[in-house]
Design a protein. Structure first.
Length: 169
């Protein structure tokens, strides 16, 4: 026995009120930094999406989800950094010392930065510049173009100074 085919009802899903084809439209992703207590206004709440990242933990979670980088998981100790004992802080710094951690500590823990990081950086910079001079001299002994050697040295020094200035700004 064959059954009758049921009557299908269709719904018109076309965009009834489309965008004006004579105008230009763009979709924008925008990041706004808003200080504590400052108002934030969305021009069009109906078409806007927003998400607030008001803590280091929220930002860390976002980066963890976006990157899936296992190295980032190693830095999870930063979320509880103020609660770490001084010896734990030194241990973590010893294991994970890098430019980004130095910038974080300069901002979040200036006492630790001045006591531990600054002397380390001073010694590192002294050794780094000495090794650059030795490297440049050795390159000049191998008949490399002296202009290239001088240019390399200037680039390294300039990059080093600019990086340090930005991290303190």
């Amino acid at each position: 026995m064959a059954l009758d085919e049921p009557r299908s009802t269709f719904i018109d899903l076309r965009l009834a009120n489309g965008l004006d084809p004579k105008k230009h439209f763009t979709q924008q992703k925008q990041i706004s930094l808003i200080g504590a207590g400052q108002p934030f206004t969305l021009a069009d709440i109906a078409t806007s999406k927003f998400e607030a990242y008001d803590s280091l933990a929220r930002v860390y979670l976002l980066f963890t989800m976006l990157t899936h980088d296992p190295k980032l998981a190693e830095f999870s100790f930063l979320l509880n950094y103020p609660k770490l004992k001084p010896e734990e802080q030194r241990e973590k710094y010893s294991k994970f010392a890098c430019h980004e951690l130095n910038v974080f500590l300069a901002d979040k823990d200036p006492k630790f930065f001045n006591a531990v990081v600054k002397p380390y950086l001073a010694k590192f910079n002294e050794q780094y510049h000495r090794s650059l001079r030795e490297f440049s001299y050795q390159r000049s002994l191998t008949d490399d173009d002296l202009m290239v050697v001088t240019y390399d040295l200037l680039l390294c020094r300039t990059a080093s100074r600019n990086r340090w200035r930005r991290s303190l700004a």
